[in-house]
Design a binder for this molecule. Structure first.
Ligand code: SF4
Ligand code: SF4
Length: 376
């Protein structure tokens, strides 16, 4: 069996859903397009500059004797009941114990694919990818286990670097070139089995491995995601202006353009609209990864009136294991305030009035906006 086949076989056993290999040649096209888009301001809220882009688009700058890249994808398309059963079968599962201790596992109805219509009206909506434990560590762990295996079976002096969330365009370009999936007009990588509900990670290595073929089946005449986007952030097929994208807006600190506030609706972290409408996602397989079981209870934990004044200790208790922790407490509060204004949440009035004395000018500004919206 070839080294490539052994790696791929092993990856299945550790819960890696998809794996592909590509060369470590630079991603020149991505670099050019990335820099063009930075100049146009599409990535204004990110800390990218041309030096950083050159670095992340050239694997040999990251690992000098890089020859290949192993790209992996993990589905986060959670089917709660299926995972529940898996957890019950294995009562020694440490995740189950952890989650029982946190009181999470008793709340199975916390998530459904109809969460927007099914969840309580006065709660915030978070993206599917943010419901479970922070994916960065999970992907890193899997890639480290894979690296240990490769170390054991490869005869050469094996070197590697693991990357998760290097930069949106680069992760996707690696996955595409490694044959993991195709580009969608919504800029997601779409896979045959799991749709676009996937996390991506990669390992740059000095091993010379046989590359997989990329496959490009474009979206054809479909433009559902472009039409569904509430802010017209998909400015043309395969191009998103992140300044208008709700997913980015909810994750960036500071001000949000006034003309986009209403478009955010109840979204307080991320936005799944352009993925929800995608036909490739309708029949997507569910993940078997128990680590992606939701750790947040959408009914209780995400009540807007509570989030508006959430204190540091409660914020840490609720979100420290979640990717949401990275945006910081005040950014989440700001989003909850905007959402309460958007749904004219009368329950939130008392919380909003308290915010008038807040130290943070941004928080005060949007509270004022929300109160006016509610009183209208
Ligand atoms: S994530 Fe939401 S706002 Fe961003 S492009 Fe998709 S539909 Fe539009
Ligand atoms: S919704 Fe249609 S156009 Fe958009 S990514 Fe999916 S298939 Fe492509």
């Amino acid at each position: 069996m070839s080294l490539e086949s052994k790696i791929k076989d092993f990856s299945k056993g550790i819960g890696i859903d998809l794996i592909g290999i590509t060369s470590a040649e630079p991603f020149n096209d991505v670099e050019r397009v990335f820099i063009e888009r930075i100049k146009k301001g599409y990535y204004r809220s990110f800390n990218y500059n041309s030096e950083r882009v050159k670095f992340i688009c050239n694997p040999k700058k990251i690992l000098p004797d890089a020859k290949s890249i192993i790209s992996i994808a993990l589905s986060y398309n959670v089917h709660v009941e299926e995972i529940e059963n898996k957890l019950r079968e294995n009562s020694n599962n440490t995740l189950l114990k952890d989650q029982k201790n946190k009181g999470v596992v008793n709340s199975y109805n916390i998530y459904s694919n109809e969460r927007e219509t099914g969840s309580k009206e006065n709660t915030g909506i978070i993206s599917k990818f943010a419901l479970g434990i922070d994916y960065h560590e999970i992907l890193r762990d899997k890639l480290e286990i894979l690296a240990d295996f490769i170390k054991k079976i490869s005869l050469k002096n094996f070197k590697y670097k693991i990357l998760v969330d290097t930069g949106p365009m680069v992760d996707r370009a690696v996955a595409f070139r490694a044959g993991i999936g195709q580009y969608g007009k919504n800029c997601c990588i779409i896979t045959k089995r799991f749709g676009s509900w996937i996390f991506l990670g990669e390992m740059i290595t000095n091993l010379e491995l046989q590359s997989d073929k990329s496959n490009f089946e474009d979206c054809g005449d479909c433009d559902l995601c472009i039409r569904a986007c509430p802010t017209q952030a998909i400015i043309s097929p395969y191009i998103i202006d992140t300044r208008k994208c709700i997913s980015h807006l909810t994750q960036k600190k500071g001000e949000i353009p006034m003309n986009l506030l209403e478009k955010m609706g109840r979204r307080i972290y991320g936005c799944d609209i352009c993925q929800d409408v995608c036909p490739y996602n309708k029949e997507a397989e569910f993940t078997k990864e128990s680590d992606f079981l939701p750790i947040l209870q959408t009914g209780k934990d995400l009540e807007l009136s509570k989030l508006i004044n959430i204190n540091e200790s409660d914020y840490n208790k609720l979100f420290s294991s979640s990717v949401i922790t990275w945006i910081g407490r005040n950014t989440l509060r700001r989003n909850a305030i905007i959402a309460s204004g958007n749904i004219a949440d009368l329950n939130a009035i008392d919380s909003l009035l308290k915010v008038y004395k807040d130290d943070d000018e941004i928080i005060r500004k949007y509270a004022d906006w929300a109160i006016k919206k509610i009183k209208k």
